[in-house]
Design a protein around this ligand. Sequence first.
Ligand code: SF4
Length: 510
Amino acid sequence: MPQPCPPHRMLGPSRDAKPVSVLNQATPSPVLSDAAPTPRPSACPGLLRIVAARDGGICRIKLPGGELSAAQARAIAEASARHAAGVIELTNRANVQVRGVKRGEEAVLIAALVGAGLGPTSIAADDVRNVMISPAAGRDPSALLDTRPLCAALLAMLQSEARFAALSPKFALLLDGGERLARVDHPHDVWLAASRETDGVRFVFGLAGCPPASASASAAANASAAAFSGSPTQSDHITTEQSHANGTGPLAAILPSQASALVRALLLTFLDLAAADTTRMRHLLTLHSAHALLHHAQQYVDFPLTRNVSPADWHRSTPADAGLRLGAHAQRQPGTWHVGGQPASGRLDADTLHALAALSQQHGDGTLRVTPWQSVLLPDIATHAVPPVLSGLNALDLACDPAQAITRLIACAGSSGCAKSLADTKTDALRLARRLPAGVEAHLSGCPRSCAAAHCAPYTLLAAAPGLYDLYRRDRHDGRPGFGECVARQLTIDQAADMLDRLARSNTNA
Ligand code: SF4
């Protein structure tokens, strides 16, 4: 599924602001030197590159591990209210973006954000993609290891090694610690997943896909029930190259201490072999086998890189459960909980972000986690504080129960924010929420670029005209990209709700 950036015109960055800081540290920022290069052309927003959309500029702020301190949240809220439209969007890469940046106020907005320690370490680093980890990393009781230190090391490496500035902003890395609260259905260019072996924890890795779940476990996880079967198994022989819908599938297992070196080797391999217009690993795999890529990467590491995992055998041992992002759930640390809620359309206003910052300071550890489901998590809430935090989230109109329809709907910016959109997807999603059948997840997209859904949604409403959508259904076991089969065209939102209800019933009765 494509993950393009919306069509924008670049407004910034302003070199007048000259700000760049250590990534997401709440310390004052050093300024860029006059010799700093201008950012490379890209359609993707960054903090230093504000790009124009129909509703004003978009400034995207990368949050390492999705983490945002209360002070930084306030800085974003204030900057958004003063210099933009006061709309803060949570993204499906666990970042935030300020929408509606006013023309002429880009530099002062950037300076305010950088002053809060939210800036990248260099202009090139503004383009470096985040490393995706669980929002409950280090806290999830099912995790096999804490991925946060490795995530920090990888981000530091990505930003400090000059060659990596050549990677596309879309190039994506996933570190899966084996948490139950994990988004493992987004394809990533490189993924590593923790695996318990007889002699300790290893990282299994693959290219251009996701850590696989067994079919039965996927279905069970989707229903928030049951567990995966089986455990990782390995074989020593190199398997025959297979056509794998999920990228390469699992390739090999390495020690956690080798993970940084492995990722570096794979990224250098990509840069060595990819043509200038090859931006993603899946494209490179059309020209080179996974075996050839591993063979090339071997020169960069001092441990053996041979395929040693049988793709047919390995899958995650823990079912991922997206429902854990909502409501209160016990953490690994006794007597503490993470509490989460989801705003409609993945958007917050400035007052709500201020209130979330206050909640986290009063009852949590003074930080928020943005999740890749466009929701917010407050970690380290003591047992006695769970009820007031849940009440606080509900009072802010954040949904804390997976039964609430807005938690099962995603929509792109739509015609209010994007010139390409054929419909007002955000407003139509709210309308559909009133009639969305129980258990149904749907995605509304203003055009085929599918900005809102990096994963493959079970149902997609693709805009055909204002208020009219073509409905697509996708089998969850279908590994191919795309929206799936078109089951009806030119539906109004009410007709789409009726059709989704019929389809959901027929699935249940099957
Ligand atoms: S219409 Fe939606 S999916 Fe298409 S480019 Fe715009 S935001 Fe992205």
